[in-house]
Design a protein around this ligand. Structure first.
Ligand SMILES: [Fe+2]
Length: 479
């Protein structure tokens, strides 16, 4: 059962003895049983008047249901007099739960609220008629919202703990980052933290020990402590060539991050079910990890793009056949209509920012697009980048009897948060990705990308370039 918190404001909640109150009670019951039958546990907070903003600040609310006519006998001048006034107040908040209208005034042509329904403030708010049929439409809407909800992710990459030679400078930078993320979580609800590798700088043993503490602090700041809220993959700086097993330090790092959290260990390819232990990382596929988000409708796959398996002393960016097959196997029992997000360290293709010798893209680049889109991944997030961008790929296979169009793959390139990316782009940056709720009519979710950039001279974080808005289409290429 998924818990779903509804805040319902309707003047008919005031007097339980009237016919209208009785009918509202019936609607609550209908809604309740409809949602329970779909595995959703509705938790209601009801109110007859509109003083809900204080409550919203202190409670977890997934949806606000408003009637437009409110109970107002208290004569409190600060109290909203209609549902539209509540909408006005809520819209002033930086972040708030979705709102719907459920009212019988919708089909009354002479209603005093007629103009409000068509106004700019209420234009994008879903409206439901208060009737036996309307409550079923509302129930369908809530069911979609609960099973395929909107969510936000913070994307960090290339933290490079240990980059600053001066320990004090390193800790000042981290403290400023913690304050920034704590402040962000106060203003915006963050559901997931994704880190696309390069936790260490050049001294993997020491850097990764410190990095585990930094990551735990970051999770505290963003309030993403549950295992399904955190997803990460290794980067080339996390591999130690001075050790007989180059993955040993990264394995210790993962053990530290997953201490006391069996769910977080369970997602790794090298997790052994019978002994309930995470076996030591000895090859690239050991680090492959697949986990659902807070709903079955969201899935994260963390790939390891660091190939060190040919006795090289440098990392070759490649996912490789064995890992692609492993990923396919791990996805066999996953539901369709899932938003699948792949994370890896290296860029798929060369960056438009320039040809940097230390920024080589994947060796199996076109194959990666083809494999991921065939496995119904719609979004790929990578790090290791000297630039920050969103780009899209679409592969159409022509050398088959019937033309097969693969899903579009949207790619987000995330630059460094903790080191100087390059002399040409000397900024530290991180990203906030907002994904809208699933829209069955268009089979899509909205995608919004914001960046935050660090100003080294005055040691502050501020809003980055223009936000990017697009759509992710949830196509099922198997159908
Ligand atoms: Fe890197």
């Amino acid at each position: 059962m998924i818990d779903f918190n509804l805040y319902w404001v309707d003047d008919d909640f005031q007097d339980k003895k009237t016919d209208l109150a009785w009918r509202l009670g019936q609607y609550v019951d209908t809604l309740s049983s409809f949602l329970r039958n779909r595995g959703i546990n509705p938790i209601f907070t009801t109110s007859a008047c509109g003083s809900i903003l204080d409550d919203l600040a202190f409670s977890k609310t997934d949806l606000i249901i408003l009637d437009v006519h409110l109970y107002n006998s208290i004569k409190n001048k600060k109290e909203p007099v209609s549902g539209f006034e509540i909408i006005d107040r809520i819209n002033k908040l930086i972040s708030h739960p979705p709102v719907v209208l459920f009212t019988h005034y919708l089909d009354i042509q002479t209603s005093q609220y007629r103009e409000n329904f068509d106004s700019q403030q209420a234009k994008n708010i879903p409206k439901f008629q208060k009737s036996d049929e309307g409550v079923l439409h509302l129930a369908e809407y809530i069911s979609e919202l609960a099973l395929y909800p909107p969510f936000s992710m913070v994307i960090l990459s290339d933290l490079h703990v240990g980059y600053f030679q001066d320990k004090e400078r390193q800790s000042i930078f981290h403290d400023i980052l913690f304050d920034e993320l704590r402040d962000l979580a106060l203003r915006t609800s963050i559901n997931y933290l994704v880190i696309t590798g390069d936790f260490a700088w050049k001294n993997q043993g020491e850097d990764l020990t410190k990095a585990a503490k930094v990551i735990n602090e970051i999770r505290d700041c963003l309030l993403v402590k549950q295992s399904h809220q955190f997803h990460f993959c290794p980067g080339n700086h996390d591999v130690c060539f001075n050790n007989d097993n180059p993955w040993e330090s990264y394995y210790e790092f993962v053990m530290e991050l997953t201490a006391g959290d069996p769910q977080l260990r369970h997602r790794f390819y090298s997790y052994h079910d019978r002994t309930e232990r995470l076996r030591s990382f000895k090859d690239r596929i050991s680090c492959l990890a697949v986990a659902r988000g807070s709903q079955d409708s969201i899935l994260f796959a963390a790939l390891n793009s660091c190939n060190i398996e040919n006795n090289d002393t440098i990392v070759k960016p490649e996912v490789g056949e064995e890992q692609w097959n492993g990923l396919r196997k791990l996805l066999e029992n996953e539901p369709i209509n899932q938003l699948r997000i792949a994370i890896l360290h290296h860029p798929i293709f060369a960056a438009p920012g320039g040809d940097f010798p230390d920024e080589r893209p994947l060796f199996d680049q076109a194959e990666a697009v083809h494999r991921l889109s065939n496995l119904n991944f719609q979004l790929l997030i990578h790090g290791h980048s000297h630039f920050s961008a969103v780009y899209e790929h679409r592969v159409t296979i022509l050398n088959e009897p019937s033309c097969h169009s693969a899903s579009k793959l949207t790619v987000i390139a995330c630059p460094t948060c903790g080191a100087e990316p390059s002399s040409s782009t000397p900024i530290r940056q991180y990203m906030i990705i907002s994904i809208g709720q699933y829209d069955r009519a268009t089979n899509s979710r909205s995608l919004r990308v914001r960046t935050r950039i660090y100003n080294q001279s005055n040691k502050t974080w501020s809003e980055g370039g223009a936000p990017f808005d697009s759509k992710i289409f949830i196509e099922d290429s198997r159908s």
